[in-house]
Ligand binder design. Structure first.
Ligand SMILES: C[S@@+](CC[C@H](N)C(=O)[O-])C[C@H]1O[C@@H](n2cnc3c(N)ncnc32)[C@H](O)[C@@H]1O
Length: 212
């Protein structure tokens, strides 16, 4: 489990950067302020970080520019190749949010953008407990992803997208495991983190967690 959406990115890899730049009207609101979101994640971490779901390497680029040492984990072969082609000198490993092999590294932070929703809520809890074991006290997790304030807000958003004919986004919201702030707060706290949330656009929130 946790890899059930990986193949979707075979078909999206070549046009993904057009989507994030707003060229796909259906995904324009999801990627609104994309560069600001990546920068905000980057500004909150330092040292050596694990980046999950590197995709085409856009967050990776920002992290490297700031002198951060990146270990990428990307389960999709095409995406992994795109990141590696862009940054041949870094490690981009085949793995996912739950299964990955990092040896003898001191990890200061764990980051990702538009990735954590690929796990069910139960798996998210499992992953956070695993990350807590990797990080020292004050170690950080900074994720940006689509999150809703309540389940009702999520259903209203799905209805809004269907009403304007954006069925791809609506299907995506129904298919993958987009969760709510109260659920995430519980999962982070149960794993030993203090977490805060910052709204970045109509979909994306920044999750900033520190290990207690
Ligand atoms: C929407 S893209 C985001 C890419 C990049 N982080 C960005 O912000 O542009 C999601 C990425 O997560 C990867 N992915 C899918 N399932 C995953 C999993 N279970 N663990 C880690 N990465 C996953 C996909 O292959 C894809 O590269």
């Amino acid at each position: 489990m946790g890899r059930e959406f990986v193949d979707i990115f075979d078909g999206w890899a070549h046009s993904y950067d057009e989507s994030v730049s707003g060229k796909d009207p259906e995904y324009r609101d999801v990627f609104e302020g994309y560069e600001v979101i990546l920068r905000e994640v980057t500004n909150r971490v330092s040292g050596t970080v694990i980046e999950f779901g590197t995709g085409t390497g856009n967050l990776t680029a920002q992290l490297i520019k700031e002198g951060i040492s990146v270990i990428g984990i990307e389960p999709n072969t095409k995406m992994r190749e795109l990141t590696l082609k862009r940054f041949p000198s870094i490690n981009v490993l085949d793995g996912d949010l739950l299964q990955f092999n990092i040896e003898n590294e001191n990890i200061d932070a764990i980051v990702s953008t538009y990735v954590f929703h690929h796990l069910t809520d139960e798996e998210k809890g499992e992953a956070l407990k695993k990350y807590a074991q990797l990080l020292s006290k004050q170690g950080k997790i900074v994720f940006a992803d689509t999150v809703f304030i309540t389940e009702e807000a999520k259903q209203a958003q799905i209805e809004k997208e269907r009403n304007r004919g954006f069925n791809n986004v609506a299907d995506d919201l129904e298919r993958e495991y987009y969760t709510t702030i109260p659920i995430l707060t519980n999962l982070f706290e149960e794993a030993g983190f203090q977490v805060s949330f910052q709204k970045m656009n109509d979909y994306v929130w920044l999750l900033d967690a520190t290990k207690k």
